[in-house]
Design a protein around this ligand. Structure first.
Ligand SMILES: [Zn+2]
Length: 279
């Protein structure tokens, strides 16, 4: 009779990894308020996250109830059934100086980016909110991908996160607009330094983060193209469900209805002609 035992084990496993409850969130807020007293932080709960910010209290609350709440609602509706299965803190620093010193002081990190990062290990997003809230929406995507598509390759994880660095809403759906990553992509296409798309899709995690080419921009504008064709959500679902091709190529060719070899030249022409890169 091993069956009942198995059920007990599964129940225990799912209790250990669950989205944070209201009590978990308010408990963490109290803990943080106590720990950070007198250091100029405001702590706010916006489920499933706790936000810690060093801007004016009203500004921190505005980020939480505004862009963060909005992006959580729309991202969940579009893609994500599961919330992050752990309590993740979002640290919003007002400028690069306090971001770098806060990353060091509270997490022992020396970030290699001036914008922000998500650390699964520290269960925290740490970011410089000074340049705008786009970074916040970018980072929010990462723990959702971790919870819903743990085998996602870096190109898709960063491509989707980057897509929403300049987010808007279209007919109730989250929508990514062209942004500052576009000029670099266009230049690399013109200079023929962008590798073929199969290379992007096949990059390992290390190869993606250490790429000579602008892998973020490449991934972002591939997904932006799918979005414009109304095929991004369908691609996501097929990619998640595909047990055979971890690169996403098979799912991509299926939603496009054509092979990469014929699609890629068209995509390059589309990218070169794309407007709206001054944000
Ligand atoms: Zn990222």
């Amino acid at each position: 009779m091993t069956r009942p035992l198995l059920i007990v084990c599964l129940a225990a496993a799912s209790a250990a990894a669950a989205e944070p409850s209201a009590a978990d969130l308010s408990g963490r807020r109290t803990e943080l308020e106590t720990r950070l007293r007198g250091q100029g932080f405001t702590v706010v709960v916006e489920p499933p996250f706790v936000i810690i910010g060093d801007e004016a209290p009203a500004t921190v609350r505005h980020h939480a109830a505004g862009i963060l709440h909005w992006s959580i609602q729309l991202l969940e509706a579009e893609y994500f059934k599961e919330r992050p299965q752990k309590l993740i803190e979002i640290w919003l620093f007002k400028n690069e100086r306090t971001y770098r010193s806060g990353a060091k002081k509270y997490f022992g990190d020396e970030p290699d980016t001036p914008y922000g990062y998500y650390s699964s290990e520290h269960e925290a997003m740490v970011m410089n909110i000074g340049p705008g809230a786009g970074t916040l929406v970018h980072e929010v995507v990462h723990p959702y991908i971790e919870a819903n598509f743990p085998s996602a390759p870096a190109w898709f994880n960063e491509g989707l996160a980057s897509l929403y660095e300049r987010p808007t809403e279209k007919k109730g759906h989250i929508w990514g607009l062209p942004n500052w990553r576009l000029p670099n992509l266009k230049r690399q296409i013109a200079e023929r330094t962008l590798p073929d798309m199969a290379t992007l899709l096949g990059t390992s995690r290390d190869a993606f983060y250490n790429a000579e080419f602008d892998a973020y921009a490449y991934a972002r504008y591939l997904l932006l193209y799918l979005q414009e064709q109304g095929k991004l959500t369908e691609f996501y679902r097929k990619f998640v469900a595909d047990q055979n091709d971890p690169t996403g190529r098979a799912a991509l060719e299926e939603v496009l209805g054509e092979k990469l070899e014929t699609f890629e030249p068209r995509w390059r022409k589309w990218a070169v002609a794309l407007k709206g890169d001054n944000h």
